[in-house]
Design a protein around this ligand. Structure first.
Ligand code: MRU
Length: 344
């Protein structure tokens, strides 16, 4: 089953808030329902929210009462802004919206014809995502050796994309090639995408794993029990700085300090050459209740009245990244040069 798909004239999503307890699919019929699903993280993961946004624009185009193409395009420009402001860090969201609007702006037709084109383009974005992930899986599996123990942070599997996965797609491909792997799954506070989603996926695929709390990674790296660190990316700046799930910077620092390679797996749609370095990547600050709401043995962990901070992503400087895995190949330093030539 895909994570994001079109069926019976509506957008269907796996409700990731319900996992691992229940595998439920929600049906969305409007742009605003799509925006709410992205904001609430019913759907999450950079490529998955990009694809969902594309289908959200198709929903808006198909339900529009516009009498002309220009009227429809004006509506969709506004719809695109609504979607782009749901979550600021993952560039795939803006990338998908701009690709959709670019296709519609460059095509003449009636509102109905443009509505059909919008759905076809969203479907293309979804299908390409799966092909790109499969290709990155094969390319990245070359970096994985039989017997490796790998630390993985957050979730980059089929749930974070349309299907297969980015970094977890590399792990799945290596596993399918017969390489015996062991995954240490960072639980990934505060929303536990590792413990809830990555562990659930690895269980489905029969790949051995153990969950660790994020603050344990340094210990296993220093004990020499880990051969690789692998994760995805939400935005890669022109110099190679990476925005990814909060906690990645500390993980990469500990890996670097112990000489352990760090790989970031992401489609080229995640590379933002407009940003010279990571300092200008917008970091989403989410509701403090995501931090304070944790319970231990059914008891609140934070005292009443406590306040919390909740940046959802951090920036890992390029010097801590050993290589990027993209659908166009493996990119090694100097990233400033090699990312630009890759994108050319
Ligand atoms: O806040 P989230 O769960 O949307 O964060 C997601 C991640 O950091 C992903 O793992 C990332 O988007 C890469 S997805 C292949």
């Amino acid at each position: 089953m895909r994570t994001v798909f079109w069926e019976n004239d509506c957008l269907k999503l796996i409700d990731q808030r319900r996992l691992p307890e229940a595998l439920e699919v929600v049906s969305l019929h409007t742009l605003m329902e799509t925006a709410a699903a992205i904001r609430s993280m019913t759907v999450r993961g950079a490529p998955a929210i990009g694809a969902a946004a594309a289908f959200g624009l198709a929903l808006a185009a198909r339900s529009s009462q516009a009498r002309s193409a220009s009227e429809l395009l004006a509506e969709l420009e506004a719809a695109g802004e609504t979607l782009k402001t749901t979550r600021p860090t993952a560039v795939n969201l803006a990338w998908a919206v701009e690709r959709m609007l670019g296709t519609l702006r460059s095509t003449s037709g009636t509102p109905t014809e443009l509505g059909k084109l919008a759905l076809a383009e969203a479907q293309r974005i979804a299908d390409e995502d799966v092909q790109v992930n499969r290709r990155m899986g094969v390319i990245g599996a070359e970096l994985i050796a039989d017997g490796d123990t790998i630390i993985h942070h957050c979730n980059t599997g089929a749930l974070a994309v349309v299907d297969w996965g980015t970094a977890l797609g590399v792990i799945r491909t290596a596993h399918e090639q017969g390489k015996r792997l062991h995954i240490l799954v960072d639980e990934t506070r505060p929303l536990l995408q590792g413990a809830r989603l990555t562990a659930w996926e690895l269980q489905q695929y029969g790949i051995p794993y153990e969950i660790i709390s994020d603050n344990m990674a340094g210990y296993f790296l220093r004990m020499g029990q880990v051969q690789k660190v692998i994760f995805g990316a939400d935005r890669i700046a022109a110099n190679g700085d990476v925005a990814y799930k909060i906690g990645t910077y500390m993980l990469a620092l500990a890996a670097h300090d112990n000489g352990i390679p760090v790989y970031s797996v992401a489609p080229t749609s995640t590379i933002d050459l407009d940003l010279p370095d990571g300092s200008r990547i917008p970091i989403e600050e989410r509701d403090q209740d995501e931090v304070l709401g944790l319970q231990l043995h059914g008891q609140a962990v934070a005292p009443k009245g406590a306040r919390a901070r909740n940046p959802a992503f951090d920036i890992t400087p390029e010097k801590l990244i050993s290589a990027f895995v993209t659908e166009k190949g493996i990119v090694r330093p100097p990233f400033e040069l090699n990312l630009r030539s890759l994108m050319k």
